[in-house]
Design a protein around this ligand. Structure first.
Ligand SMILES: Cc1ncc(COP(=O)(O)O)c(C=O)c1O
Length: 428
């Protein structure tokens, strides 16, 4: 056997593909933990099932479905009863009006996102990606498209405004949205949603008149049921009905039901696009396991159980986020240049930590974003992700804090540690 790795000549796409944005930080955390250190990991967009289990009824239905031998191939694109349940679920919770022919299911939102890109995008097409954002760049790479990025501003809650996006619309084949956002934990307002989608409709009227390809919208709504206080997810089709011809939503059980390892997602949009996605998924085989399909179909039908689950789940997440938010505001009140955006949705908090120009209690000088990240990790055992890992400017002083793997006691401990280490820093 030849162990010389240089014999392998991979595809251009494989060679250019970048890793998941936070894998470097994960490696550092593992290294510290292997030395026996306690690290509070606020970096991952996942849930610890001890603190946030999946709905019990869903778990029971999955086991029952395996025992009932639902173990052969499911219908490509989703079993009819699942498509019916998804259709009723999105209607009940969000007012989305989509019939089963306009819905496809798969093994999570990722394969559906890839299939969506593959269905709509040619090599070299331009895709607008509002950053900071989750991994959309990787799908751009996989289909060999070109990315146009726009960095949204903290004063707009890291959401793009109609005025900002307008000049870019003419160039692209696809534009991506995600609300509530990973990493920012913020949402689009009703007014901005309406104005942005009206601009896209206007752009498409011009394109259709000239028989050109429309500008499609990929709207990732995987956190849409996780909103807090007065914040509500805004259904773009309700505030701008004409966008329905061009918009494809991707959603699933991963985030809203803490079921990242169960693997079931769905996408919905114009029937011709969805029909082609069904054809494509048949070749890729990225459907959800049949027992999961049967179980999710039954669970979603039980709206009272879904509501009960969401109430407890959301209050658990909100309590953690709010505690962290209040702590950052208390530190800000001491005169240090930190800030946070109050929690609106998802499991994330946007936190600004401008500690540049300070000396740490251990005597180190902080002069970069990496120094800030290392200071928290080395001197407080707290791991956070800088926004540059989500496509923001490398100098951005904003960080994502994620609470899905922490108990409330862990968060209380993190808050204490944050106050302690920041009270020990001195201005140079
Ligand atoms: C915005 C966003 N979309 C999609 C996903 C992936 O979802 P899934 O587990 O359904 O593939 C994530 C995961 O972190 C995410 O943050």
């Amino acid at each position: 056997m030849n162990h010389d790795n240089s014999i392998h000549k991979l595809s251009d796409v494989a060679n250019k593909l970048s890793s998941l944005s936070i894998s470097n930080i994960a490696a550092k955390i593992n290294e510290r933990r292997s030395k026996g250190e306690k690290i509070f990991n606020l970096t991952i967009g996942d849930f610890d099932p001890v603190h946030f289990p999946i709905p019990l009824i869903l778990e029971e239905e999955i086991i029952t479905a395996y025992k009932s031998k639902y173990t052969n191939y499911p219908v490509v694109g989703g079993m009819p009863e699942l498509l019916e349940s998804v259709s009723a679920h999105i209607k009940y919770f969000g007012g989305f009006d989509y019939n089963p022919n306009e819905i496809i299911t798969g093994s999570g939102s990722r394969p559906l996102t890839y299939i969506l890109f593959k269905t709509l995008i040619n090599k070299g097409d331009k895709v607008i990606n509002v950053v900071p954002s989750w991994n959309n760049y990787n799908y751009v790479q996989l289909v060999e498209a070109e990315e146009i990025t726009f960095e949204a501003k903290p004063e707009n809650n890291f959401m793009v405004t109609p005025e900002e996006i307008k000049p870019l619309l003419g160039f692209a084949s696809l534009i991506t949205f995600n609300s509530p956002s990973n990493p920012a934990g913020t949402t689009y307002s009703s007014e901005n949603t309406k104005d942005i989608f009206n601009l896209i409709v206007e752009e498409n009227k011009r394109r259709i008149a000239e028989d050109n390809k429309p500008l499609y919208v990929f709207y990732d709504i995987v956190y849409w049921l996780l909103t807090y206080g007065n914040t509500k997810f805004i259904n773009p089709v309700e505030v701008c009905p004409e966008i329905k011809d061009y918009i494809i939503f991707v959603d699933g059980i991963s985030k809203c039901f803490a079921a990242t390892g169960v693997r079931l997602g769905w996408a919905f949009g114009p029937e011709p696009v969805i029909a082609k996605m069904k054809q494509m998924i048949a070749h890729i085989g990225a459907w959800s396991p049949k027992p999961e399909q049967v179980a999710v179909s039954k669970f979603l039908k039980d709206t009272a159980e879904v509501e009960k689950y969401l109430k407890g789940f959301k209050s658990g997440l909100f309590d953690r986020l709010d505690l962290l938010y209040k702590t950052i505001m208390q530190i800000k009140a001491t005169g240090i240049d930190v800030d946070a955006i109050s929690p609106q949705g998802a499991l994330y908090l946007s936190v600004k930590l401008n500690l540049i120009g300070y000396k740490t209690p251990a005597g180190k000088t902080i002069s970069s974003v990496a120094d800030i990240t290392n200071f928290l990790l080395d001197e407080a055992g707290i791991a956070v992700v800088p926004f540059f890992a989500f496509g923001a400017n490398p100098d951005s002083l904003w960080f994502r804090i994620s609470v899905g793997v922490c108990s409330l006691d862990d968060v209380r401990e993190v808050c204490k540690l944050m106050k302690k280490v920041t009270s020990g820093i001195t201005h140079l």
